[in-house]
Design a protein around this ligand. Structure first.
Ligand SMILES: Nc1nc2c(ncn2[C@@H]2O[C@H](COP(=O)(O)OP(=O)(O)OP(=O)(O)O)[C@@H](O)[C@H]2O)c(=O)[nH]1
Length: 344
């Protein structure tokens, strides 16, 4: 079966994702393309699904956010849809609090098993809400909104009927500062020319109707870069560690990591310490926690960012192994013991 494109609809709560989804479904229906939908809700009821037509296969993933608590289920759901529904495309409407980076990673994992490919991340921004939040002090909501904006290939600046001209310009400036790469379209009720939405991005996507032509080269590209999946400006690099690494060197690596790497996570083992640590790095902040895996685990790190130099990251890790040998001799296992470690 040929490659199935996956479209992510992201955006904060109430921004207009379901409104956009309905429009997309109408568009694909007219094009005679069979769409399957994954709808995710934090709660155990999906009201939005009721808004869609009955002939669209909809899988509801309830009671958790797709990007965290039920991420494993996402891989399984994608696999089931691929084998049982065999659609022309899959649309995932994330919860308003989902971090698209996690979803991108989940789809990348699933694409190792089934022939799917992330095609477009669209983030719907509610213009008035975004403006309000950015006028306040930094907080989780703002940070999440910014992450959703940064990950987008396409930004819909929605609900512009609720703002006057100057404010719209202010929001647009802020969006460009956060993401220079995304195409930005002002909308009211997500009304856009869908042909425009699925137009090619220079050097990457082809129009929807030309997707078939792209598949061979994409598969070839994927095979060449098994651990280096590139999705437009968001790219990932996966590194499997040969063994334990020096903890100080590891922390130093993240202090010096290029700004373009804005997310990393994985499992790491430090020399002189028989425990495994789960680490989470996001926007220059590192969190590490000791874990006690119930089954064998391989130390691995995934780096996610925009246009970062993969070779530089790879070499830094290799240097770390060099540092490790020297530090082992110098420090004779002086390893920090705290469970959590934060640094700016
Ligand atoms: N005034 C105005 N209302 C809009 C616009 N777009 C969507 N809405 C309304 O805003 C509400 C939320 O829209 P949805 O499409 O459900 O938003 P959502 O992002 O799916 O919401 P969640 O599922 O809660 O995350 C609905 O009542 C829409 O009709 C717009 O451009 N202007």
């Amino acid at each position: 079966m040929s490659m199935i494109p996956v479209y992510i609809l992201s955006g904060f709560l109430g921004s207009g994702k379901t409104t956009l989804l309905s429009r997309m479904l109408q568009y694909f229906k007219q094009k005679d393309k069979k769409a399957a939908v994954i709808m995710n809700e934090i709660g155990d009821v999906n009201m939005d699904g009721l808004l869609l037509e009955n002939d669209v296969p909809v899988v509801e993933m309830l009671n958790g956010c797709i990007c965290c608590t039920i991420r494993k289920d996402l891989c399984l759901t994608l696999s089931n849809i691929y084998h049982e529904v065999q659609p022309d495309l899959i649309i995932i409407e994330a919860t308003g609090v989902a971090n698209p980076l996690e979803l991108i990673e989940g789809i990348a994992s699933a694409s190792l098993d089934v022939n799917i490919e992330l095609r477009l991340v669209t983030t719907v921004v509610a213009a008035p809400h975004f403006l309000l939040v950015t006028h306040r002090a930094r907080g989780k909501t703002r940070r999440l909104m910014e992450e959703q904006i940064r990950c987008a290939d396409l930004l819909l600046l929605n609900q512009t009927d609720q703002l006057v001209g100057d404010y719209i310009e202010e929001v647009k400036d802020k969006l460009v500062t956060l993401n220079q790469h995304a195409k930005m379209i002002e909308t009211v009720r997500c009304e856009i020319d869908m042909d425009l939405m699925f137009q090619p991005v220079p050097g990457d996507l082809e129009p929807f109707d030309d997707m078939e032509k792209q598949q061979e080269s994409l598969i070839e590209n994927m095979n060449q870069h098994v651990h280096h999946h590139t999705h437009q400006h968001v790219m990932t690099y996966t590194h499997r560690f040969d063994g334990g690494v020096d903890r100080q060197g590891f922390e130093e690596l993240f202090r010096r990591i290029p700004n373009e790497v804005y997310r990393a996570k994985g499992i790491v083992k430090f020399t002189g310490d028989d425990k495994f640590y789960l680490f989470q790095y996001a926007f220059r902040e590192m969190e590490m926690v000791k874990i006690n895996p119930q089954h064998p685990v391989v130390p691995v790190a995934v780096f996610i960012g925009e246009h970062f130099d993969r070779i530089q990251v790879q070499e830094s890790i290799q240097n770390l192994t060099g540092t490790l040998l020297q530090n082992n001799i110098k420090q004779s296992g002086a390893i920090l013991e705290e469970e959590l470690c934060f640094f700016q």
